[in-house]
Design a binder for this molecule. Structure first.
Ligand SMILES: *[C@@H]1O[C@H](CO)[C@@H](O)[C@H](O)[C@H]1NC(C)=O
Ligand SMILES: *[C@@H]1O[C@H](CO)[C@@H](O)[C@H](O)[C@H]1NC(C)=O
Ligand SMILES: *[C@@H]1O[C@H](CO)[C@@H](O)[C@H](O)[C@H]1NC(C)=O
Length: 372
C-alpha cells in the first residue's frame, strides 16, 4: 500500500476515535442535587424556582463553557435569568425548557486565577420558574464548594422591592443592590400588588403575611401544574439571614385597610417572624411615598410605622428599627407613568439605605467570602 494511503487511513481512525471521545465525555456534568451547588431563595422539590431573585451560585475552576438543562416546569416560552461571573454586572439570558448556553464572559478581575464564581437567578416577579435538571461545564472544569458571606439580608415587600418595571427586574432593585454593596447574601420575597394583610389584591389571592411563609409566590394560582402552596422550610435558608428588612403597606392603603388594622396586622406579622428570626435586627421602612410631577409626595399611614416600632419595642423587642425614608424619592427617581422607582432611583435608594446602615453600625464585608 502506498504511504499516502496508510497515512490517510490511520488519520481516519484517529478522527473516528477523537469523535467518539468527545461524544462520550462532553464535559463535567453536575446533577441538581450536588451539594456543592449553593441554592438561594425559594426552590420547590422539582427543583424549581419561585419568587424573583431565587437562584444558585457555583464556585468553579477552569470553567470556560456552561450549559444548563431545564425541565418541563420551566416558564414557557422562557424565564429571564440574570447571570454574573466574578461579581461583574448581571446580564440577561432567556432560558427555556431543554438545553441553554450560559455565556461565561472572561472576568478581568480574577484573570490571574482560574477560579470563578458564577451567579444565576430569576429576574422576574412573574414568569420566573426554572426547573433545573443538570448543569454541564467544559471538560477539565471542576466544581468547588461555595462559601457564603457572613452577612445575609432577608427583604420582604411588594412591587417597590421586587424590581417591577426594571429592564433586569429584581437584579436592579434596591434590595439586591444593598446586598451587593455589603457583599452579602440576599433573598427578596416581594410580591407586586400584594398587601401585608391576607386579602386578595391586584391579582394576588393572598397577602404577604400568608405568602412569605410559603415556598411559592402568588403566581402559583395562575399555573395548572403547581396550583397549590407548600410551607417554606426556613432551615433551607443558608446561611440564615442576619438582617431582615421590610418595606410594605402601599397596597394595604389602596385596598382600604385602616391605619389601626394595618398596625395590628404588622404587629401580628412581626410576632410570627420572631418565631423564625429570634435575634436578628429587623428594619421597618416608612413609605417613601408616591411623588408627583408638581413636586408633592403622597405619604400614607402617617405616624403608623413609628407606632408599630414603638409598640413592638414596648413588647420587649430591642432589635427593631425604624428607617425613615421620608424625602428619599422624588419625581425624578420614578417612572412618570407608574411612580415606581426607575433604574437610577433604585441605585439612589440602595445607596441611601446603605449609608443609613453604616451609620447604624453595619460594616460591609471587605471582600466576597468566595474568591476573597
Ligand atoms: C429576552 O426576551 C425579551 C422578550 O422577548 C427580549 O426583549 C430580550 O431582548 C431578550 N433578551 C435576551 C438577552 O435575549
Ligand atoms: C387554581 O385553583 C383555583 C382554585 O383553588 C382556581 O380558581 C384557579 O382557576 C386555578 N388555576 C388554574 C390555572 O387552573
Ligand atoms: C422622618 O423624616 C422627616 C424628614 O426629615 C421628618 O420630618 C420626620 O419627623 C421624620 N419622622 C420620624 C418619625 O423621625
Amino acid at each position: 500500500m502506498p504511504t499516502m494511503a496508510i497515512l490517510a487511513s490511520s488519520c481516519r481512525v484517529f478522527l473516528l476515535l477523537a469523535a467518539l471521545t468527545v461524544g462520550l465525555v462532553s464535559g463535567l456534568t453536575i446533577q441538581n442535587d450536588d451539594p456543592r451547588i449553593h441554592y438561594h431563595g425559594r426552590w420547590d422539590d422539582s427543583p424549581g424556582t419561585w419568587w424573583a431573585g431565587s437562584g444558585l451560585k457555583l464556585h468553579v475552576q477552569n470553567a470556560k463553557t456552561m450549559k444548563i438543562r431545564l425541565g418541563s416546569l420551566t416558564t414557557s416560552p422562557f424565564a429571564a435569568l440574570g447571570v454574573s461571573v466574578n461579581y461583574e454586572p448581571f446580564f440577561t439570558v432567556n432560558a427555556s425548557v431543554g438545553w441553554n448556553d450560559i455565556p461565561l464572559p472572561a472576568a478581568p478581575r480574577f484573570k490571574r486565577s482560574d477560579k470563578s464564581v458564577i451567579r444565576l437567578n430569576v429576574e422576574g416577579w412573574q414568569n420566573n420558574r426554572i426547573n433545573l435538571e443538570t448543569i454541564v461545564l467544559n471538560r477539565g472544569a471542576q466544581l468547588l464548594p461555595y462559601k457564603p458571606s457572613k452577612l445575609s439580608f432577608q427583604f420582604i415587600g411588594d412591587s417597590l422591592s421586587a424590581g417591577q418595571y426594571l429592564p433586569l427586574g429584581v437584579d436592579q432593585a434596591w434590595p439586591f443592590l444593598v446586598g451587593e454593596n455589603f457583599k452579602a447574601e440576599h433573598t427578596i420575597n416581594a410580591q407586586p400588588g400584594a398587601t401585608l394583610t391576607d386579602i386578595p389584591s391586584y391579582g394576588n389571592v393572598h397577602g404577604v403575611s400568608f405568602q412569605f411563609f410559603k415556598t411559592e409566590d402568588t403566581g402559583y394560582v395562575w399555573t395548572s401544574d403547581h396550583n397549590y402552596t407548600t410551607p417554606w422550610d426556613f432551615r433551607r435558608d443558608r446561611p440564615s439571614p442576619t438582617h431582615v428588612v421590610i418595606h410594605i403597606g402601599a397596597n394595604d392603603v389602596s385596598q382600604g385597610v385602616t391605619p389601626d388594622q394595618f398596625v395590628q396586622e404588622y404587629l401580628d406579622f412581626l410576632k410570627r417572624l420572631r418565631t423564625i428570626y429570634r435575634t436578628q435586627s429587623i428594619f421597618v421602612f416608612t413609605p417613601w411615598g408616591w411623588p408627583s410631577a408638581d413636586g408633592n409626595v403622597w405619604y400614607y399611614y402617617d405616624g403608623k410605622y413609628e407606632e408599630i416600632v414603638r409598640k413592638q419595642t414596648a413588647l420587649g423587642d430591642s432589635r427593631i428599627f425604624l428607617v425613615n425614608t421620608t424625602g428619599w424619592v422624588t419625581f425624578d427617581d420614578v417612572f412618570a407613568d407608574n411612580q415606581h422607582p426607575n433604574v437610577p432611583g433604585h441605585v439612589k435608594i440602595a445607596n441611601l439605605f446603605s449609608e443609613w446602615l453604616k451609620d447604624w453600625g453595619l460594616r460591609p464585608e471587605r471582600q466576597w467570602a468566595t474568591l476573597a
